[in-house]
Design a protein around this ligand. Structure first.
Ligand SMILES: [Zn+2]
Length: 192
């Protein structure tokens, strides 16, 4: 028997994007956390093929698990681009297990990568909200801010430099005038 986490190792809770599944105890790397289950749909049956919901888990070209059933708590697991779990897909058994690929600490949200097709179809258009992507965005924003601040500082420096140049030029010009005329004037005034 592979290591299977007890049902108490997770709970449904609030995540950034709605609900999510969170660890309630340490889950070791390699542990089977939960099974993703529901009615098996056959794409060759038109009535099955018409079923549309966001919890469809494609096993292969033919078989899909309809994970929208209430008891399937694995449906709460959100996507991450840098996940701590993976989906162990067994098309022949028509079963999917979610398995830890890292040690997971209590309180951690459990995530797995939904795959490229899902990402392109649903996440890319609205922007992936997983922690990894949020961090990347935050970093980019910080870099953009730092760059903007640098540009601003450079501009301010130029203005200051221009201002002081002007100041010294006029001062120098005034001095020259003073040296030329005002000395005589002052002398004249002093005399008068
Ligand atoms: Zn992401």
């Amino acid at each position: 028997m592979p290591a299977i986490a007890s049902s108490k190792s997770y709970r449904v809770g609030r995540s950034k994007t709605g609900l999510g599944l969170f660890a309630t105890m340490p889950i070791k790397k390699g542990t089977r956390i939960i099974r993703y289950f529901g009615p098996i749909l056959d794409s060759k049956i038109p009535a099955h093929d018409e079923i549309e919901n966001k919890y469809l888990f494609e096993l292969n070209g033919r078989w899909t698990i309809d994970g929208s059933v209430r008891k399937n708590l694995a449906r709460y697991i959100n996507h991450s681009c840098r996940p701590n779990a993976e989906s162990d897909v067994r098309p022949r058994e028509r079963k999917v297990f979610i398995r830890a690929i890292r040690n997971i600490e209590p309180g951690d949200e459990i995530n797995y990568d939904y795959g490229t097709d899902y990402f392109k179809a649903y996440l890319k258009p609205i922007g992936c909200k997983c922690e990894s992507c949020e961090k990347k965005r935050k970093k980019l924003r910080a870099e953009a801010r730092a760059e903007a601040a640098k540009v601003k500082a450079r501009k301010a420096k130029k203005v200051v430099a221009k201002g002081s140049n002007k100041g010294s030029k006029t001062k120098a010009a005034k001095k020259k005038k003073l040296n030329g005329r005002a000395v005589a004037k002052a002398n004249g005034r002093a005399r008068a």
